[in-house]
Design a protein around this ligand. Structure first.
Ligand SMILES: *Cc1c(COP(=O)(O)O)cnc(C)c1O
Length: 420
């Protein structure tokens, strides 16, 4: 469920008419619902209430400050992957003790800043990274907590570009190496080995891959226990799916029912890192029809948003529901059209052969489920400013990130003296 619904044929976000937002800020734009964000976060929290996990929102899915503040106010922590994300989390007063840091390529600067700030732990993805954190911590005379990210070699049954838990992927540490590291952890006197981490991929519709991965990790925890190695945390990552089309993904409750028995058995404090599940349906991308084109073979709706604004269809062959912001008053004919952007790439489309009602120049379209991996992946390709981000709460809305201007785009760019 989400808060983008039609009333009298007009699309609303909570109690705000989408066309009113467009009148105020223009198109294209991203629009988020505060209530949907809170609702999705609460669903996970309630489903897992029995074990009171720390829910660290994976902020790579959506790092808008209003979104982060909304979730921090609900008690969320953050799963970060860069120093930039760490700084944004601190801008909304996130509790450092609720921040976990993943990424296969942490730099020395990122490590030392995170140690200085006192994050909960690093999710470590390789042997040389352990050496590096140990080295940095030694120089700072600190002993940060680290969790080994285990690669359980499990297929997540999702799109190849968002599967992360097999040994063909760059993520995590294989079980044999992890065992060696834990046995020889005295080699890293400046690291406190506090837990394990596992994240097998994204948009995972069923429980089976999670259960399979968890069973492997549980077996590993038992092996460690037998060797007298006791941990504090188990971070089970993210990956819960959102509804884009007609998928019937497991609900938060079904997910909890499937894995709670395993989690309870560990006796460890559980960390979760949902991203998409919380923000995907809490956001839409609104774009305006510029031109209609019919070449006799195909019909195209050319809109003012492009792949630089929302790259998921181009990058992941992702499906996004597309709806007219105003429903036609009378029943009109529908036609199969390609909804395409202005960018000079054939991959610049939002939908192909999509059945839509007759649209006219100036009409608005809402591209649904755009709140995760949407704006965060936007670029300035074709020297296009990124669209604004707007958040709605009840009957109020506010621009939380302005549309980029041309000055924004050329800031810091100069013509070298030797070319002048
Ligand atoms: C991307 C990512 C997540 C979030 O994944 P979702 O599918 O958006 O829930 C969580 N943890 C890690 C380590 C990630 O890389």
């Amino acid at each position: 469920m989400h808060d983008f619904q039609f009333k009298n044929g007009e699309l609303y976000c909570e109690d705000v008419k989408v066309t009113d937002v467009v009148q105020s800020v223009g198109t294209p734009l991203y629009l988020y619902s505060h209530h949907t964000l809170v609702d999705h976060f609460t669903k996970i929290k309630k489903a897992f209430a029995k074990i009171n996990p720390l829910i660290c929102f994976a902020m790579k899915a959506n790092d808008n400050l209003a979104v982060l503040k909304t979730l921090a106010d609900q008690g969320a922590g953050f799963d970060i992957v860069s120093l930039g994300e760490l700084k944004k989390a601190l801008m909304v007063n996130a509790d450092p003790k609720k921040i976990v840091f993943a990424s296969v390529g942490k730099t020395a600067e990122e490590i030392s800043e995170a140690v200085k700030i006192g994050i909960l732990f690093f999710n470590v993805e390789s042997l040389p990274e352990l050496d590096e954190i140990n080295r940095v911590a030694k120089a700072m005379n600190k002993k940060p907590q680290v969790a080994l990210r285990i690669n359980p070699d499990v297929e997540a049954a999702t799109h190849a570009k968002i599967t992360t838990g097999t040994l063909k992927n760059k993520f995590g540490i294989d079980l044999t190496t992890a065992k060696d590291i834990m046995k020889n952890r005295a080699r890293y006197p400046h690291l406190d080995f506090c837990g394990l981490h596992v994240h097998i991929g994204s948009q995972i519709l069923t429980r089976e891959p999670f259960v399979k991965a968890l069973k492997k990790v549980l077996g590993f925890i038992e092996t460690l226990k037998a060797a007298g190695i006791h941990l504090k945390y188990l971070d089970i990552g993210g990956g819960l799916a959102a509804v884009y089309k007609d998928e019937k993904p497991q609900t938060a409750q079904e997910f909890a029912d499937a894995i709670l028995p395993y989690l309870e058995k560990t006796g460890l404090k559980i960390i979760m890192e949902p991203g998409r599940f919380i923000t995907a349906n809490a956001g839409i991308f609104v774009t305006k029809v510029l031109y209609l084109k019919d070449n006799g073979i195909k019909k195209f709706l050319i809109v003012d948003g492009g792949m630089n604004d929302l790259i998921r269809p181009a990058l992941y062959d992702a499906y996004h529901e597309i709806v007219p912001v105003k429903r036609p008053k009378t029943k009109t004919k529908t036609a199969k059209v390609d909804v395409v952007g202005p960018i000079c790439e054939s991959g610049d489309y939002f939908a192909k052969e999509r059945e839509l009602p007759q649209m006219n120049q100036g009409d608005l379209l809402a591209i649904m489920t755009a709140g995760a991996y949407g704006y965060v992946m936007a670029s300035n390709y074709n020297v296009r400013g990124r669209p604004p981000e707007v958040i709605v709460k009840g009957n109020q809305f506010e621009v939380t990130k302005k549309r980029e201007t041309f000055e924004d785009l050329v800031r810091g760019e100069t013509i070298p003296a030797f070319l002048k």
